[in-house]
Design a protein around this ligand. Structure first.
Ligand code: TRP
Length: 360
């Protein structure tokens, strides 16, 4: 049997999220613990995490905590699936978290061969404004480049002393020097805010990053002789599936919606999406649609329809055969174009915003 890894570098991913929770010992996400949950929390898109109790406690008791995530500028643009991380970062930012977003330029240099200069350019011209356009508050977000943050690099060296090669093998399957460097650095990113202040932190990431989180938690435990770290908490969301129904949107398949994408592309891509519609109109009316298998409904659920009431009604109408796939698609195109125009406007504005970078 193939050994199960969640491979942070791989493109193949396990489809059964419940199974994932079991086999990796994740905590199920408990909606009732989170005040004013966002729509991806309410709709089961956020499905698991680690150590979330201390975070919900901090929120309820209005104690300090931080939220940190990072991105590797390995491509020139992000797609709709990447937006989910920002939805969660924004949630915690709105709940009062000190927010850190880092550009993993050293990791990209080590694991993807992207030069530091190129990474910087992509971050400045695109990634950071895009993240602001998706809802991060630029005045309340601390941005940094790994290559500019000496404290992070120094911490990575210090913490490398707490990991073993066997542990790397168990977690990653095939560790290479560049992967090891990238992940020790990521552990340092995750714990870095605690150098200044001993407060708990939550790391919103895609489930593929869980190996790094496990490693960070193990290392935080082992570093207790010198440093009093809280074990970092994490929160995971499902993927936005590709429009053809495969597990996740990805650059390599072409089945994704880019940020921004043109009206024309949006139309062509959504009109071709896999739906749960029946073969004929007669069957659609008689048997009803299958929104649970419908990629257009995934777009509604994850990204396009804010109101639960509207979403729920549409789902029921589709199931009852009152809506055709064509009608659903046309509505999705309309909403997506609206979303994209709004994104572009905010993106242009964000490009003119002055960003303060942490340099240490
Ligand atoms: N490894 C992440 C990626 O593949 C980027 C990253 C670096 C990161 N440091 C981090 C993510 C810390 C979360 C927390 O994009």
């Amino acid at each position: 049997m193939k050994k199960e890894f969640i491979d942070p570098w791989g493109s193949e991913l396990p489809a059964d999220y419940q199974k994932l929770i079991k086999s990796f010992g994740l905590e199920r996400f408990k909606l009732e613990d989170f005040p004013k949950p966002n729509k991806i929390m309410r709709r089961g898109v956020v499905f698991a995490g680690r150590g979330l109790d201390i975070i919900t406690k901090a929120i309820k008791e209005k104690k300090k905590f931080y939220c940190l995530t990072g991105m590797m500028p390995s491509s020139d643009k992000i797609h709709l699936g990447n937006k989910l991380v920002i939805d969660n970062v924004k949630y915690f930012q709105d709940m009062g978290a000190e927010t850190y977003v880092l550009i993993a330029d050293l990791e990209a240099a080590a694991t993807r061969g992207v030069s530091i200069e190129e990474a910087r350019k992509r971050a400045m011209d695109y990634f950071i404004p895009a993240y602001i356009a998706l809802g991060l508050n630029p005045g309340k977000t601390k941005f940094y480049f790994q290559s500019q943050n000496k404290s992070v690099v120094a911490l990575a060296f210090e913490l490398s002393n707490k990991a073993t090669l066997n542990e790397y093998r168990a977690i990653y399957g095939q560790p290479t020097p560049s992967r090891i460097m990238g992940s020790v650095l990521q552990v340092a990113d995750i714990l870095y805010p605690q150098l200044k202040e001993e407060i708990p932190g939550v790391i919103p990431v895609g489930i593929d990053q869980d190996p790094h989180i496990r490693l960070a938690r193990d290392i935080a435990k082992r570093a207790k002789d010198k440093r009093n770290f809280f074990l970092p908490s994490s929160i995971y969301h499902k993927y936005t599936p590709a429009l053809d129904g495969s597990l996740k949107m990805s650059k390599s398949t072409g089945n994704f919606i880019e940020l921004p994408d043109t009206d024309e592309n949006i139309k062509t891509k959504i009109m071709k999406a896999l739906t749960g519609g029946r073969k004929t109109l007669e069957e659609q009316k008689r048997l009803g649609g299958q929104p649970e298998k419908d990629m257009v409904y995934e777009l509604f659920k994850q990204h396009l329809i804010e109101s639960d009431k509207e979403f729920e009604k549409r789902w029921q109408d589709n199931k009852a055969g009152k809506l055709t796939s064509k009608e659903d698609k046309e509505y999705a195109v309309e909403l997506m174009i609206k979303f994209m125009h709004d994104f572009k406007k905010k993106f242009e504005k964000a490009k003119k915003t002055k960003i303060q970078f942490l340099e240490e």
